[in-house]
Design a binder for this molecule. Structure first.
Ligand code: LLP
Length: 430
């Protein structure tokens, strides 16, 4: 679901005309819809209502302070993977006591910071890490709340680079070793409080089957851990996939309904698959959605600079590159690309949409039927709200784009475009 649609052939985010935003703020430009994020949060929250639950938004998907603040105000918690993400959550008004800390390589400084701020739980990914958290907590005279991330060895059937729940992935502790690790932690780590169990099998899952399979597989173990150590929660991770191809026809209610039918994985289907399995546990259930919350809530606006008609291909050369949105080249991610001003005749042509970076992998789309746009036209790269800006870099000394949050017709610049001085800040000639 999202709140982007054509109105009089001009693409809008909620009630705001995107062509005007591009003209005023320049391109490349990330634009987010607050209404979409709010609606996603509320739909998931409602679907999990039969459970004592907490939605912990995966900050890595989009960590802009305005987005974190939106989610904090809705009552959400956060799944963080660094001290930096925790710092952002606190700056945005989020509650550390609703934060879980994931990731395979937490440093001493990060563990200390998270302990000082009083996070809800460390999700440990190895026995060595558990023991280290125990040591640091002991040195600070604190008790660290911990959960072990279980690697259930379930195939998420998603792209290899975003599969995390197979034994060959670096994440979590092997299913067969988990109970022994809990037992040793309980016996040998006096500065740990065993608080939960966590798992996460991968990202952009488009079927409920792997979720159901993983939950079914891990539940008996959760029950053992619950009986032995009296835990509070079970986190089932994130991974709810989104539809990267959506209708943009005007009439919000119409596309909302049609898209919830064609969505590969609806929140209702997800909840129907997992809630009945989880309810009998009587535990607090956490989930960690990133992409679901923000993916379809953002677009990247980019201007066409040049057109090049080669012997093999036509290239639309635009001002956004792989440094602004790396998903197409890194994960073969498919993003719908549409003009902000819809051409009257609906014609398309086959082209590659490429950026200005000096790499052959610098493309936003290849062999794509797109509107016959010309230099000066503005394109919207859809569904770029998750893992777009957060993965952007200064490669080729390109300043990071600005970010805008739209709420109806209200427009807020929630991150200024970097200047060249911003990019060079802190750098010195020896
Ligand atoms: N929880 C944990 C422990 C995770 O590692 C992740 C994502 C999430 C939750 C959130 O997953 P989501 O609900 O967003 O699928 N950059 C890639 C995706 C990387 C996902 C990493 N972990 C992409 O652009 O597709």
């Amino acid at each position: 679901m999202h709140l982007f649609h054509y109105q009089n052939d001009r693409l809008h985010c909620e009630d705001t005309d995107l062509g005007s935003l591009a003209a005023k703020h320049g391109t490349p430009l990330y634009v987010y819809s607050k209404g979409t994020i709010t609606s996603h949060y509320q739909r998931l929250d409602a679907a999990l209502d039969p459970l004592d639950h907490l939605v912990c938004y995966a900050v890595k998907a989009n960590s802009n302070l305005a987005i974190l603040s939106t989610i904090a105000k809705l009552g959400g918690g956060f799944d963080i993977v660094s001290a930096g993400e925790l710092y952002r959550v606190i700056k945005a008004g989020g509650d550390p006591a609703k934060c879980t800390f994931a990731g395979v390589g937490k440093t001493r400084a990060e563990i200390e910071f998270a302990l000082e701020k009083g996070i809800y739980c460390f999700n440990a990914e190895s026995e060595a890490e558990l023991r280290y958290i125990n040591q640091v907590a002991g040195e600070l005279g604190k008790k660290a709340p911990v959960a072990v991330r279980v690697n259930p060895n379930v195939d998420a059937h998603t792209h290899a680079k975003i599969t995390t729940g197979k034994s060959e992935n670096k994440f979590g502790i092997d299913f067969d070793q988990v109970l022994d690790v809990y037992a040793r932690a309980a016996k040998e780590c006096p500065h740990l409080e065993i608080r939960g169990v966590q798992m996460h099998i991968g990202s952009q899952l488009t079927s409920v089957t792997p979720f159901r399979e993983a939950v079914e597989k891990v539940i008996p173990m959760v029950k053992d851990i619950q009986r032995l150590y009296g835990i509070q929660f079970f986190s089932i991770g994130g991974g709810i996939g989104i539809n990267y191809k959506q209708s943009l026809d005007s009439g919000a209610s119409t596309w909302w309904e049609s898209n919830s039918e064609t969505h590969p994985l609806t929140v209702q289907a997800y909840a129907e698959a997992v809630v009945p399995l989880l309810q009998p546990l009587g535990l607090r259930i956490l989930c960690e959605p990133g992409r679901f919350m923000v993916g379809n809530a953002g677009v990247l606006l980019t201007s066409v600079l040049y057109e090049k008609r080669g012997s093999a291909k036509t290239f639309k050369i635009v001002d956004a590159g792989m440094n602004d949105l790396i998903r197409p080249t890194l994960y073969e991610g498919w993003h719908q690309i549409v003009p902000v001003n819809k051409p009257a005749n609906g014609q398309t042509e086959l082209a590659d949409v490429v950026g200005p970076i000096c790499e052959s992998g610098d493309f936003l789309a290849q062999n794509r039927d797109i509107a016959p746009v010309q230099a000066g036209d503005v394109l919207a790269v859809m569904s770029a709200g998750a893992y777009g800006f957060t993965m952007a870099s200064n490669y080729n000394t390109r300043p990071l784009p600005a970010e805008i949050l739209v709420e109806g017709s209200k427009v807020s610049v929630v991150r200024e475009r970097q200047t060249l001085d911003d990019v060079l800040k802190g750098e010195h000639i020896a």
